[in-house]
Design a binder for this molecule. Structure first.
Ligand SMILES: NC(=O)c1ccc[n+]([C@@H]2O[C@H](COP(=O)([O-])OP(=O)(O)OC[C@H]3O[C@@H](n4cnc5c(N)ncnc54)[C@H](OP(=O)(O)O)[C@@H]3O)[C@@H](O)[C@H]2O)c1
Length: 249
């Protein structure tokens, strides 16, 4: 699928080709994965409409969303997003899994779920025998994922140790995750920003208005102590949607 690149230089680019080069210049820090975050927002800044993000996007956004997944070692999500978006397997299309295999990656990224309550929604992903997931919860939470078909590792941490910094450190040290994609939601993104654990933001700006209401924006939780500046790495356009790739400074 083709996009019109406006920056850094005007040209037509194919999404899979552009994203296929993504890992080339990414250098993961020693203590955590290089962390990308991907969101879509309406032109008036909302991350959902009627409780979900799906209606904001089009096939271009879906191509970026799945193209990013194809490049990374793990995909991290909060339980609010799992519940709203009913996550299925991370890469549904066999050709994407085949391309990963041919590059020496696992066929699908590891799904990474974090929860303080231990209330993990029963999602279609858990019924997929080939899916791999790791779930981080505090010790003492009542949770049983043994009857799921997917390969799930449950990691129980002392409540005081369950920070996103710890989760990322363990993904890097124990699961070989060099590039992580966080797909939200807003609370998880806010938490990662608080812990200064984000390297890049991929933001689709959809040419749609929600018109008000109280739906999510792409971050939630406490405000940062200072504004977080961003540098624009690329700007693409397709069918009126803008695709911004920012580096956090
Ligand atoms: N526009 C977009 O691109 C986009 C992307 C993603 C999501 N969304 C939308 O966002 C909405 C969900 O928002 P949300 O903010 O509730 O979602 P969320 O961030 O996915 O989930 C929040 C939950 O994740 C867990 N969590 C978050 N930070 C944690 C931390 N630091 N440590 C441990 N657990 C943590 C907690 O789970 P427990 O409650 O289990 O403790 C928390 O209640 C949905 O409507 C979804 O459609 C939009």
């Amino acid at each position: 699928m083709e996009f019109r690149q406006l920056l850094p230089q005007p040209e037509t680019v194919a999404a899979d080709q552009l994203l296929g080069q993504l890992r080339r210049d990414l250098q993961a820090p020693a203590e955590r994965p290089y962390t990308l975050v991907n969101f879509i927002a309406s032109a008036d800044g909302r991350a959902t409409f009627a409780g979900r993000s799906g209606g904001l996007g089009d096939d271009g956004d879906r191509a970026m969303f799945h193209g990013l997944r194809e490049q990374v070692d793990a995909v991290m999500v909060g339980t609010g997003t799992l519940r709203a978006e009913r996550y299925g397997r991370v890469l549904g299309r066999p050709e994407r899994r085949e391309r990963r295999r041919s590059r020496g990656l696992t066929p699908e990224p590891l799904a990474c779920i974090v929860s303080r309550s231990g209330d993990i929604p029963d999602i279609p992903l858990f019924a997929e025998p080939e899916a791999r997931a790791i779930v981080f919860v505090p010790r003492g939470t009542d949770i049983d994922l043994r009857d799921t078909a997917a390969q799930i590792e449950l990691t129980r941490l002392d409540p005081g140790e369950l920070t996103l910094t710890t989760v990322l450190r363990r993904l890097r040290a124990e699961h070989d995750v060099e590039v992580l994609l966080c797909e939200g939601g807003p609370m998880l993104f806010g938490g990662l920003l608080q812990e200064r654990a984000v390297d890049e933001l991929f933001l689709t700006l959809a040419p749609k208005l929600t018109g008000g209401g109280t739906e999510h924006t792409i971050t939630s939780g406490p405000e940062l102590p200072e504004l977080q500046p961003l540098s624009l790495r690329w700007l693409l356009e397709r069918d009126g949607s803008l695709y911004l790739r920012y580096r956090l400074r």
